[in-house]
Design a protein around this ligand. Sequence first.
Ligand code: PMP
Length: 377
Amino acid sequence: MRWSAWLAERDALRAERGVQRADPVVRDDTIVDLASNDYLGLSRDPRVIAGAVEAAERYGAGAGASRLVTGTLPVHHELEASLCGLTGWPAALVFSTGYAANLGVVSALTGRGAHILLDAHAHASLHDAARMSRSPYETFPHNDPGALDARLRALDGVRVLVAVESIYSVLGDAAPVDELYAVCRAHGALLVVDEAHGIGVAGAGRGLVHSLGLAGASDLVLTATLSKSLGSQGGAVLTDGTVRDHLVNSARSFIFDTGLAPAAAGAALVAARLVSADPLLARAVHERAAVISERCGIRPAAGVVQSLPTPDPATAVAAREALRANGVLVGCFRPPSVPDGVSRLRITARADLPLSAVDDAATKIATAGRRCTQVAQ
Ligand code: PMP
């Protein structure tokens, strides 16, 4: 079969299944953006931008090589130290994205003889990491320590890695990390917690794991992204010195990837220091999330991501477009990127927006949500 015919066949298959064609959305700064993950608005903070400029001027536009060749720069070590300060872990290793951090940590700690258990709502990067590891893997029911316990009992004697998120990226619900950790400890399993949506938001900005007093706990590893609350780009693993050393020597997405660009590292460094110094940033984003949940009648979530279910993908797209025309940008998540198959509008709060602007936007979203429900009836 020719490539063009194969591509046409894939396109037809998507249409048949009712999967809407994805189209990258170009940001429009004239409208209120409640679709990004820039929860604290730090990507536009002049101090964060100055951190990027300073690092680029000092070290260049790119790191120029992988970290193990000549791509490790002083700004990477400063960033790793500031991430340790923020999250309370003794060691950090910075990757070029959060995606690469997840690939690296899961695949480097598993392999032959290991088994991987993922929460059913775990991010795509954790699934890809499990595939890359070549270990057998399966999911367990979302946020269900009892089900995890039963599965670990059956895997007695096997080296098991369990991976979950701290705050889930579409529904905004929190994992019962303390219970999951206790179950893992009881069975000698390693728990990896992806704090992509927890850092900057939970635990006064230091993350959910820190708020539970689990920072630095043994047989627990954290991953984070620098591209959400920290307003930059990149990823990190927070751990102890032994695991960091192992990752440096065996995580393929670290070894065979160019080091994080200096500007991204410099920006994230300043952002991590700002979040560490100012717990009011996290409080501000929660205040705005509360306005959105109240206006839209959504039960408040642990995170600052909220979602409004819609009857089908087409209704979700139509609602997003109507809101965009009305000056508000929200996310539109449809299968396969929703954990439960329900198409939804995804609304994220932002600390840097005035409360009045959030209130106004939330009122428009609530109206659009009511229209979606009418469509369904
Ligand atoms: N984990 C989760 C839970 C995420 O939501 C994302 C980003 N969507 C990532 C990892 C990947 O992070 P990055 O964008 O830095 O690659």
